[in-house]
Design a protein around this ligand. Structure first.
Ligand SMILES: [Zn+2]
Length: 390
């Protein structure tokens, strides 16, 4: 945590006291209090009269007793002071318990060590010549960079942040890759801050900003409207895995035409998913004219694809599976066997999510896309035909 950016948490905490009136905390209480480690030589603490003796109670795994970690408490400010030595010795355990609390009682989906580290106030270690960070659950003191060097690195960092081509930011020494908007980016030091256009090898994604990063990859220059995308994807139930597959494996792109219509680009085809008032998503496909046996020319406009779904996940899967070649093959296969689509679909046990197989639109130049549900559908069809004729 950078000095001077620290904001104390609002205190809603009720103090617990033991039989002798000494106050104590469980690690979960620190979610609402400020934990401030201090160096033994810190004079500011010695002159504070209002501090009470206290302790943090840690229960070692599978033990019926508590370990008391001494600390001091400023009730008015809600600050728990802990010596550097005790912090270095116990923070890993306290942090683990705190994490359990966030994931359990607070029902937070993900929380990372870096995030919990960033909630520790390290102001007491910042001087004109040194600064502090938490690394591997311990406080590490660094000498401060000369002003000139600091300004140079600040400008380097700013240019990385402004460069639209750079999508991934991270600590050059290791750790996860972040989206630029992730609050954990602030905790990467100027010297270690790095950016790249391509995902660096051997790194994982930050659990906190992973979804946002993939939305950034999918929407490119429209990132200023990111929140509109986030809310649409949330409402339409797109899982992280589905989004990542669409973006990373299929190179899919998204563009919001309005609050209810999302344009999807995957391969050479463009699609529109429109969210109707009843919440059902209806899919539209780009128009095209057939110009040869197996060639087509994509033209303006869209036609309804006869695919409806409650969740965008299904639509994405359909769009990912679709290929023009697959479409032709499935169409031919169905024609050769003189099967109507409905017969094939029903025999094969395939029922669209809304339970209705609709007629395709009769727009000029459009091929009846409802003949083919997807390449996956085609594979299922082929398997069914094999079973049927052999
Ligand atoms: Zn992040």
């Amino acid at each position: 945590m950078m000095k001077y950016e620290w904001e104390h948490k609002s205190i809603t905490h009720k103090i617990k006291r033991d039989g002798k009136g000494v106050c104590y905390f469980f690690p979960s209480d620190l979610a609402e209090l400020t934990l401030m480690p201090y160096p033994e030589s810190w004079e500011e603490l010695a002159v504070q009269q209002t501090l009470q003796s206290a302790n943090i109670r840690l229960r070692p795994e599978n033990q019926g007793w508590y370990q008391f970690v001494p600390c001091r408490y400023d009730e008015e400010e809600g600050i728990v002071y802990i010596s550097e030595e005790n912090f270095n010795q116990y923070w890993k355990k306290i942090r683990y318990k705190l994490m359990e609390y966030y994931l359990g009682k607070k029902r937070v989906r993900t929380i990372m060590n870096e995030e919990l580290d960033s909630q520790v106030c390290l102001d007491a270690f910042w001087t004109q010549t040194s600064e502090a960070r938490i690394m591997d659950a311990k406080i590490v003191i660094f000498s401060r960079l000369p002003e000139e060097e600091r300004l140079r690195l600040m400008s380097k960092r700013a240019s990385i942040m402004d460069n639209r081509k750079i999508l991934y930011v991270f600590n050059q020494n290791g750790g996860p890759v972040h989206d630029k908007t992730c609050e954990l980016v602030k905790s990467i030091s100027l010297e270690d801050f790095c950016g790249a256009e391509e995902m660096p090898e051997g790194r994982g994604f930050c659990a906190k900003c992973r979804r946002r990063l993939h939305i950034r990859l999918a929407i490119g220059p429209d990132f200023k409207n990111c929140q509109i995308y986030e809310s649409f994807l949330q409402r339409c139930g797109v899982s992280e895995m589905e989004l990542e597959y669409f973006v990373r494996e299929c190179g899919g792109k998204m563009f919001m035409e309005s609050l209810q219509v999302m344009r999807l680009k995957c391969g050479e085809d463009t699609w529109k998913a429109e969210r109707k008032e009843d919440g059902l998503l209806v899919l539209y496909h780009n128009n095209y004219i057939r110009i040869g046996e197996d060639e087509r020319f994509i033209t303006d406009g869209f036609h309804e694809q006869n695919v409806c779904a409650k969740k965008l996940n299904r639509i994405l899967r359909y769009v990912e599976d679709y290929t023009w070649k697959g479409h032709l093959e499935a169409k031919k296969s169905a024609e050769d066997n003189n099967l109507t689509e409905d017969a094939v679909l029903q025999e094969e046990g395939y029922v669209p999510e809304n339970g209705v197989v609709q007629e395709d639109s009769q727009e000029y130049g459009c091929i009846g896309d409802s003949m083919v549900k997807s390449e996956a559908w085609w594979k299922r069809l082929a398997a069914w035909l094999k079973k049927w004729f052999i």
